[in-house]
Ligand binder design. Structure first.
Ligand code: PLP
Ligand code: ZN
Length: 414
């Protein structure tokens, strides 16, 4: 099934056939996440700049030759991908950076980047004849899977930490998922989900385990390249939790290099919250492995102390000569209002963390005045209004009369 020709362990390099149904490497265990490889000579024949320019499909499926799904038979009927890429001259001049592009992935159907992976997961599960899909998530992957499972006619079983924001949990219930709120942190949630999924034989949508999900996510990088006329940005910045998104950005550009649609790799740059930064610590110290640690941040989606896709994440940063930075919760909340007011893009805390990291780097003189930077906003602000409210004041309450309004307005000194 599918079009991948090889699965390759990101840790030891052992190769597997896609037909083997192996998810992580048998020698390396859960750390041995797999790269999905294609016959790039074949892909080159069916994906060209001209062909894509003429293709009216406005979704990630325009890149089908680079996706593991066989054909469109089982693809869920939900528009995913081809999200806007805004060129913010306001931010470019404010921070003295050549060009600042904002990729608004909160515009996906369930309002996060995770839809790119869920679309592929549901298509693959259906291709395999499976009827239950399951995952553990900080919230967005779960609500995304629930939405795609619903439209694809599959049942979804979801494990989220009890602390997941109400909007995300409500989204799950609205889509009809079977939801388990785990009294524990994300690491404990993942461990329970892995056991439950194994015990029940459900289709596993955990992004750091199922190798095909990074494939869906990588389409964001391909889109950015295409939206920029195949002139890739010098740097791409994303927030990092488990490390799947950052790995996927690297993989998207790497695939494009294999088929000659781009000529260099952007510097892949990851931003973590100060209270949850194990990947950053490993990069900073030059460590081979990530040391797990407790996590605490307002950005719930990246409140990850035990990142599952750390091998690929470290590789993405190091191989691309990128970097990582950390930001405080205060910087994240400030980034939320600043981004919304400068560009109209309202992101959830983890969604704007990349922008907070961009600001930090610009202020520290780490970004060039000729540099083109793409910042990925990974989730919509309406996902977590409790956090959003922490970054703003309160509205003025008035009686329904001009008198009351005028008195209130006078107090505001407008
Ligand atoms: C909005 C948002 N941003 C960033 C991330 C981090 O992605 P990853 O866990 O792949 O590093 C997540 C993951 O849940 C997310 O939901
Ligand atoms: Zn291995």
């Amino acid at each position: 099934m599918g079009k991948a020709i090889e699965l390759k362990c990101s840790l030891c390099g052992r190769s597997y056939s896609p037909d083997s149904n192996v998810m992580t490497c048998q020698d390396c265990g859960i750390d041995g996440t797999m790269h999905v490889l294609y016959d790039y000579d074949e892909v080159r024949k069916s994906l060209s700049m001209e062909g894509l320019a003429a293709d009216p499909e406005r979704s990630l499926w325009r890149y089908l030759p680079l996706l593991p799904v066989s054909d469109m038979t089982y693809v869920p009927e939900l528009q995913v991908g081809w999200t806007p890429l805004y060129d913010s001259q306001v931010l470019a001049s404010r921070y003295g950076v050549g060009r600042v592009m904002i990729k608004d992935d909160g515009r996906n159907p369930t309002a996060s980047y995770k839809d790119r992976a869920s679309a592929v997961a549901v298509a693959m599960a259906k291709e395999l004849g499976r009827d239950v899909v399951a995952c553990a998530s900080t919230g967005n992957a779960a609500s995304s899977l629930a939405g795609f499972a619903a439209v694809g006619g599959l049942r979804s079983v979801i494990f989220v930490p009890e602390s997941a924001p109400e909007a995300k949990v409500t989204q799950l219930l609205v889509y009809g998922a079977q939801v388990y709120l785990v009294k524990g942190d994300y690491e404990q949630t993942v461990n329970l989900a892995i056991e439950a999924i194994d015990a029940n034989g459900w289709y596993n949508r955990n992004c750091a385990i199922n190798p095909y999900l990074v494939e869906g996510k990588k389409t964001c990088a391909i889109e950015i390249a295409e939206q920029l006329g195949w002139q890739v940005p010098d740097r791409i910045i994303t927030s990092v939790g488990d490390g799947c998104i950052i790995s996927s950005l690297y993989k998207g550009f790497w695939d494009l290099l294999q088929i000659g649609l781009i000529d260099h790799m952007p510097k892949i740059t990851g931003v973590q919250a100060e209270g949850a930064c194990p990947i950053h610590r490993a990069i900073e110290s030059g460590a081979d492995r990530v040391t797990f640690q407790p996590a605490e941040t307002v950005a719930d989606s990246i409140s990850v102390g035990a990142p599952r896709n750390w091998v690929k994440a470290l590789n993405a940063v190091r191989s691309s000569e990128g970097t990582t930075v950390t930001v405080s919760d205060k910087e994240i909340l400030e980034a939320m209002t600043e981004l919304a007011r400068a560009t109209g893009v309202f992101g959830e805390p983890a969604g704007v963390t990349a922008f907070a990291g961009f600001k930090r780097m610009a202020q520290d003189g780490l970004l060039g005045s000729c540099e083109t930077v793409a910042i990925v906003v990974t989730g919509n602000g309406l996902k977590d209004i409790v956090s959003a409210k922490k970054s703003v004041g309160v509205p003025t309450v008035v009686e329904p009369s001009m008198e009351s309004f005028s008195a209130a307005m006078a107090l505001k000194n407008i």
